[in-house]
Design a protein around this ligand. Structure first.
Ligand code: HEC
Length: 474
């Protein structure tokens, strides 16, 4: 830790210096409220009356593929059925905010993400839409082909439907949010559980032409790589427009996807798609679907090895496919599946690769596990050699951005691309979290930090291992 780290963190979140808010499990926001002169619409309300029981839902996505298994041939129909299943509610959330009442519609948010955690450089949920920083910054080089001119910060928001929220109840409710019950059964999701995650970006159409015409949401934020490319600039928060780019829908469905129990899909905004009766929602195009990691395909050794558990939509907009994961396994532009990595090649030479494809939706999410005794996730979410010295992840000498990785395609690397069911942990001794990354990468580390007073090593990073706010002197 460098000197000046804490003082910098405090000036990034100005309220912390004066009010020093205590982190609480069900805070709606980080305490910074937009002045009426900038915004006077509805504010985000955390929906956390998690149901103890919910009936088994209808599953039209199963019907769409005649109750068979998902395949390359029917994945598109399946993904479309998922999109339709959430469409009515999500159109209200995205495009008609004054009529959005999550609790009344049976959608729920995870605890502990509301309050800021200055010691961790975690800014908390902003007050208007409850969004928090997803990735920061995404380098402009990732989207050079689609004309991105400046780096981006992404802001994200997750909702669990009432079937999925039973799991939040089993983990959090009995302990009032203060004593998580993390067991091999409490962490499992019921069949038919749906979870969505919306991702908005700080780059508008003037900076990134592909965003022309998409939904804008005002957020009360200060972290904004597009406006402040110098990460040491930390202005006070202000109401700032962000733009809808990506929308994830994942479902627990062991019948359709028996190898992992989940199907991961995502939509991306396509300005060239026709707005139909549902407006911008009709321009959210399926990028692809993934229901396994294709462990049989070593995409480094044999780049042509076919993927059988991964469908990428050839009609998706090009920027959406610019950041697919390893061997073109599914990942979206928000998800950080391309990273600068350093590794030793076969001859022992250190190699640094910029924007290497080193993850995928399910590769990353299959690392969701919690070692209760160690109070930690034993492996980092990207292939990395960071576990032993408890740093996440280890920077590579000679690079500002790369971190240490096992060689692509190596046995060690392949640990991140196996198929496991959600109740089988990556490492023996840990509780598998059924692919839920918010739990193991955000809620539990933030809970731990707030209740022990000791900064948890996992919180304070975005999903690619970049500190959420700048380090002093960087
Ligand atoms: C490099 C890692 C990584 C990749 C790749 C990734 N995610 Fe995630 N995802 C996360 C993390 C970390 C979170 C926790 C919230 C946060 O910090 O953004 C998360 C949260 C989510 C959530 C909220 C529920 C949960 O499981 O935590 C959904 C839904 C989701 N991701 C879907 C997807 C989909 C669909 C893809 C691929 C198109 C994808 N993710 C790719 C890391 C990843």
């Amino acid at each position: 830790m460098k000197p000046g780290y804490f003082s910098l963190a405090l000036c990034l979140i100005p309220l912390a210096a004066t009010a020093a808010p205590v982190a609480t499990p069900y805070a709606d926001n980080n305490g910074a409220l937009p002045p009426a002169s900038q915004y006077n619409g509805p504010l985000f309300k955390l929906s956390h009356a998690y149901p103890a029981k919910a009936a088994t839902p209808a599953m039209p996505w199963r019907d769409a593929i005649q109750n068979g298994q998902i395949t390359l041939q029917n994945a598109s129909v399946y993904a479309q059925a998922l999109k339709e299943a959430v469409g009515k509610d999500m159109r209200t959330l995205l495009f008609d905010y004054t009529h959005w009442d999550a609790a009344a519609r049976g959608w729920y948010n995870e605890p502990w993400l509301g309050s800021a955690s200055p010691a961790l450089r975690y800014g908390g949920r902003e007050a208007i839409h409850g969004m928090y920083v997803g990735t920061n910054p995404l380098d402009a080089s990732l989207f050079a082909a689609s004309g991105l001119k400046r780096p981006i910060t992404t802001y994200v928001l997750t909702y669990y439907d009432k079937v999925a929220a039973q799991t939040l109840n089993h983990i959090w409710t009995a302990g009032g949010g203060m004593k998580p019950n993390v067991t091999p059964t409490s962490t499992q999701f019921a069949e038919g559980s749906l979870i969505i995650k919306a991702a908005f970006v700080t780059a508008g159409p003037d900076v990134w032409p592909v965003m022309a015409g998409t939904q804008a949401w005002p957020l009360y934020i200060s972290t904004n790589a597009t406006a402040n490319p110098n990460p040491n600039d930390a202005p006070p928060p202000k109401v700032t427009n962000t733009y809808l780019m990506q929308f994830d829908i994942i479902v627990k469905d062991s019948q359709s996807a028996p190898d992992t129990g989940w199907v991961f899909t995502t939509l991306v905004y396509d300005k060239n798609a026709k707005p139909g009766p549902n407006g911008i929602w009709d321009q959210m195009v399926v990028l692809g679907a993934q229901w396994g990691n294709d462990p049989q395909a070593n995409s480094t050794v044999n780049p042509a090895a076919p993927l059988l558990q991964n469908w990428n939509n050839p009609a998706a907009p090009a920027y959406g496919s610019a950041t697919l994961g390893w061997g073109n396994r599914l990942s979206g532009p928000n998800d950080g599946a391309m990273n600068d990595i350093g590794y030793k090649d076969a001859s022992g030479q250190q190699k640094i690769v910029k924007n290497a494809q080193d993850s995928s939706c399910m590769g990353c999410h299959s690392t969701a596990q919690w070692n209760v005794k160690a109070n930690d996730m034993p492996h980092w979410l990207l292939p990395s050699l960071s576990t032993k010295d408890k740093k996440a992840p280890v920077p590579v000498e000679g690079s500002d951005t790369a971190f240490l990785s096992p060689p692509p395609g190596s046995v060690e690397w392949l640990k991140w691309f196996q198929n496991r069911k959600g109740n089988v942990p990556m490492d023996a001794g840990s509780v598998a979290a059924d692919f839920d990354m918010v739990l193991t990468f955000k809620s539990l580390p933030l809970w731990s930090t707030a209740t022990t007073g000791k900064a948890h090593r996992l919180a304070g990073f975005d999903l690619r291992g970049k500190p959420l706010a700048p380090r002093a002197g960087k």
